[in-house]
Write a protein that binds this ligand. Sequence first.
Ligand code: ADA
Length: 900
Amino acid sequence: MLEMIAIGYDLDASPRMLHGVRLLREALEACEYMVEEKAGGWAWNRYRDTGHRKIYVGRRSGSELLAELEARDVLLYHTDEPEGEGFYLATCPGRLVVVSGGDDSGALYGCQELAGRIREEGELPRELSFGDTPRLAWRGPAVGLQKQRVEPGRQPFEYPLTPDRFSWFYDRVMWLDYLDMLLKHRGNSLFLWNANPFASLIDLPGEPEAREVTKEQLEENASLLRWLTEEADRRGIQIFLAFYSIYIPQSFADKHGLSYRQCKPLPETSDYFRRLLAAFVRDYPTVGLMVCLGEMLKGQMYGVEWLCETILPGIMEGFDHSAGADPPPVIVRSHAIDIEKVMQEADGLYPNLHTEMKYNGESLTTWTPRGEVQALHRRMAERDGKHVVTVHMNSNLEPFRFGAPSFIQRCVQAAKYRLKGSALHFFPLSFWSWPYSPDRSEIPIKQVDRDWIWFEAWLRYAWNPDRDGKAEKRHWISRLEEKYGNRQSAERLLHAYETIGSCAPKLLRRFGITQGNRQTMSLGMTMSQLTNPERHVTWSKLWESHAPQGERLEEFVLKQLAGMPHLGETPLDIVEEVERSSEEASKAVKQARMTVQKNKTEFERLAADIDAIKAMTNMYTYKVRAALLVFMYKHTAFGKYAERAALLEESAEWLDKSVAAYRKLTETTEKQYVFANGMQTLHRKIPFRDGAAIYHWRDCLPMFERELAVFRQRIGELQTGKMPSALVQAPAVSYRRYSQASYKLLSEDAEQYRIEKGARVFTDGDIPIISCAEELYGLTGIRFSQLRAAHEEIQLEVELEEPSLILVGCFNSHDDQWLKPGGAAAVDPYTFGLDPVIRRGIRLFAYPSVHVHALPYEAGRHTLHYGKGAFLILGVIELHQSLSNRDFDPQHDERTLLDW
Ligand code: ADA
């Protein structure tokens, strides 16, 4: 006889609780119970009347049955009483099983836990007393409504929601699978990223230009979002839309004579965003919002106005007109703004306000973040709201698989304990190509399938990072055994995942230039980038905050030569560690191959990844050895000719090996991967400029081969007693002045002047030009007070006749008095993120050298303001012309930098 089990719940049970009941029912039926649902549940003193066993699912606050049983000491907890998403499972006298949830999500998770136990044991357990609660408040991934490339005729980030761009967005079956996966691992938030999603979702009355898609499309989008929000909510998942306050629809911009990117809120744009958000929140009061106020230096200035005068009032207005019970959560991102300044002004203006900041920048490098970045996280976390830590982008891991669970566990612990974060948001491994992975495959591989271990691990540890290491090891071995059908293989694969997983983080943090996604780490680095990182615009937070204490290459060599003690992680420590790890991983995977029973194709792909990461590791470690020898050469006394020459010889040998490893890497990846860098735009610059043209190892191999050939040729020249030709001969190229563009200077406290030898570059002091690059000679620059610029942010009003490039000169010095192009704005490809067009393009008397950047602007009026610190405006030139990419000071360049 089949046993009957009743599941009771209150009449007002929410869809979320009912989803939990459904999970329970399915599990019971799978174990051959008969199930009867009892909406309305039982009175506390009558439940015993039902003779068979029963399960009651309830929310602690609001459930009469739970309240009475608790009050009469029938239901007792041996843990903290369940609150929020927490739950407790208990067996009570009278053949009752209780699922007591802190809230609806708690009840859902309780049902899920019980359903899991029923399936595992094959029956409804007779004895239960188990409670659990999440340690982090939001736990969820990002999904990019963004594409890998800038669309022709459109701007970066401009991706209206349409099926031709995002066919998967309209695939409801795929969404349900994804939401179920999130629920399975207790993810409770999902962040959809787009520059301005509202323009594809909201129709502002009388404002057709504010819409980026057709009316029909807009309706389809709106219906999809509504459906998604409901289905997510059922599974305890909060949907967030992540947007940037600076992007307005192009058609709207055209109508008002504005540009697509709006740093400064103008009356028209402020009014637009306010109405847009009000309309959105009115229609979707449960959708959370995550706002990025900046993504450019100018955001530093205008974050407060955007948030306090436009965004929050818009949201409040929408909420007041909505049916929502509580104002939706709003998360303010710290990217490219002075988050502290913004939050100081915003605190108290909105009841559900939170902050967000990146974990290791746009890479994954360490579980011991420290320094300035750690301090800022902590200060944010001390505020009232939740502080979200984002594992953003992971540009040093792409395009490979990453599945080192213990690394991930420690990162989540660090997010909680070192950074004091209370929520975790993480990116998929290939954000830009969502939902597919970069693997070359006839049938596209979905990231959720390929990177299952990535999703599971982040979510698992976001629920509870403090799990016991040994038990965790068993857990992952079982999961791998399920996948590959054999325990021994599983043990070896876990070892392979763990050991190979440490390579990319360690390589980047010790040898890389930036934690930002300007660098595609797996494509390698040039000798110049290793030996002269400063020339390539470094981001020192990489090693000061996102790495354990340690030494950079040159520092290490200098200490070594001086016989000084080393501090922390040295380049050679890392070289040794990663070589050993990748070797171990490679052995482990070979052993695993012998016993793998299932999923052999995926196994081979994983094995190929490990081969590729090993080749990448060797490519780096050999090259680092070569670079260390170049530094030795640089810092060994002149005169010791033979000794110095031998250093370079040895260096060339290592470089040779590095190129051989690169060849192997290219061979493997040629078969396995479509691309290395997910984002294929100008923004990617390391190792080579332009991620749109250079995105595969095969594109880089010839350049690295050439680098080796040139290096050898130079050494040959040195050995014959000649200075290498590049050192003595000026290149046979002649440079012409850039084509000027007309512009007016409207500010009264600044003046125009001709760039030429002897001209003064500031209105105060007497700082003349000693020499300047031919490209700049004769252009019309702008000068202002250096003293004032050093102490406050200078604002210059200009009017451009046509779209133009403004040439901005930045001083090559860390001193506070100069503007820092390497600050927040360096991540922005459209401002200082671009490498200078002319390095050391102008020499001034007794001043640091000046790098010249070319910043694009639309026609029309602009306020130029880049932050505090002095800089130069060296002219305004036509947008379309070929720009230099050179160092104007060849002596400096070649002789002291050894950049050949
Ligand atoms: C990086 C990335 C951008 C965006 C940005 C952010 O700069 O290239 O596309 O994701 O980070 O918003 O944090």
